[in-house]
Write a protein that binds this ligand. Structure first.
Ligand SMILES: *Cc1c(COP(=O)(O)O)cnc(C)c1O
Length: 380
């Protein structure tokens, strides 16, 4: 990998072709259209570049959490349907309509708000109805969905593009919760039949649902983390062959010998028992690299795994390389592969006592994101 002199040696490398490959694998496995979830900066992979690549791959739908994310995509020229998954905040409804974003409607009151905004604009709003089947987050409870669905069907200002729910325990393959949620969802969808109108596209499966519950695929699936090649939970079964798309790399910027008993970093929480070699890596919690990795995480240098020692600082941390050698400017892999060794986001999360979602999403914009094809990457 070549280095640009003017750039920070710490960078996130995103392999967009792997995301495309994961999309293909998910689509082949599920056999239904895909709503690719790109909220939270595409799980740290970069909202606009990921969405552009997915659109070029013919993804059917995109999902974001907030209208601001959808607006950023529209401004970047993304034209595929975008559903905002989060609950609507009343004053923002006009923004959804102005930017052609699909709206999650999760109560009769919100339906009325959307209707009023659509009428004021003189154009129908495209809506997905949200049914709560066991998450207790947003959505009309399945057992009270009748009047809600009837009102949506009857409204001339509402165009129904979907009805959906969200799984609470899909990353636990053995949990009985998913079957219960599917049953409740079915119950809610049955109202369309009673009203004599076709059911709009139904969707409920997140990554865990796609991996573990084939009966949850319905008419569309909504993968987030799986699209980026990461498994949602510790018990997840890799039933879809996906590959991680993100690497986080830095470089050694300092080398020294620390003498026995001399503590390293803030608070002096760690000291070597014998003289040892310690290198400094220029990335810290100010980049979103978890401070919880203090004396717990590991990194790869010269194809070997070494422990982080002492507290992770805002901009740097230290690594004990024992009696091995490392040189200034040697590559340090924090997430990814080096030679035959791999450090997955799942491993980093486990060491930090976090979930992989937090690790990926936490990596912030102080770290430049590089995409192969930008001319920065020679090869992996
Ligand atoms: C975030 C989110 C998803 C994607 O979840 P993953 O577990 O990352 O697959 C799907 N649906 C909704 C409603 C979400 O909020």
């Amino acid at each position: 990998m070549s280095l640009h002199a003017a750039e920070r040696p710490t960078r996130i490398l995103v392999d967009l072709d792997r995301i495309a490959g994961n999309l293909r694998a998910i689509r082949a496995h599920a056999g239904v259209p895909v709503m690719a979830v790109v909220k939270a900066n595409a799980y740290g992979h970069g909202l606009v570049p990921v969405a552009r690549h997915l659109q070029a791959q013919g993804v059917e739908h995109l999902g974001v959490a907030f209208p601001e994310e959808g607006i950023a995509l529209r401004r970047a020229g993304i034209t595929v349907p975008i559903l905002v998954l989060g609950g609507i905040y009343g004053p923002q409804v006009a923004q959804y309509l102005a930017h052609d974003l699909e709206i999650t409607v999760s109560s009769l009151e919100k339906l009325r708000q959307v209707e009023a905004a659509a009428e004021a604009r003189g154009r129908r709003a495209t809506v997905h109805l949200k049914v709560d089947t066991g998450m207790e987050r947003i959505g009309v409870h399945a057992w009270t969905a009748g009047p809600f669905i009837e009102a949506a069907v009857a409204s001339r200002w509402i165009e129904l593009a979907g009805i959906y729910s969200h799984l609470a325990c899909s990353d636990e393959p053995g949990s009985p919760m998913t079957a219960r949620q599917l049953e409740r969802f079915e119950e809610a969808c049955a109202h369309f039949g009673r009203l004599g109108v076709p059911v709009p596209p139904r969707h409920i499966a997140n990554s865990g649902g796609i991996l573990h519950f084939p009966e949850a695929r319905l008419d569309m699936v909504r993968p987030g983390i799986l699209l980026y090649g990461v498994l949602p939970g510790a018990e997840s079964q890799p039933t879809v062959a996906v590959q991680p798309a993100l690497s986080l790399v830095s470089r050694v910027v300092y080398f020294k010998v620390v003498e026995a008993g001399h503590a390293v970093s803030y608070g002096g929480t760690w000291a070597p028992e014998a003289d040892t070699r310690v290198v400094t890596v220029p990335i810290g919690y100010g980049d979103g690299y978890p401070r919880a990795l203090s004396s717990r995480g590991t990194v790869l240098i010269r194809g070997r795994e070494y422990p982080i020692v002492g507290r992770v600082c805002m901009d740097q941390f230290m690594v004990d390389i024992g009696h091995d050698s490392a040189w200034n400017e040697d590559e340090v892999v924090l997430v990814g592969r080096q030679g035959d060794v791999r450090l997955r986001a799942e491993d980093v999360a486990h060491a930090a006592g976090m979930i992989p979602y937090e690790v990926l999403v936490g990596l912030n914009d102080r770290i430049p994101r590089i995409y192969p094809g930008d001319g920065y990457l020679d090869a992996e």
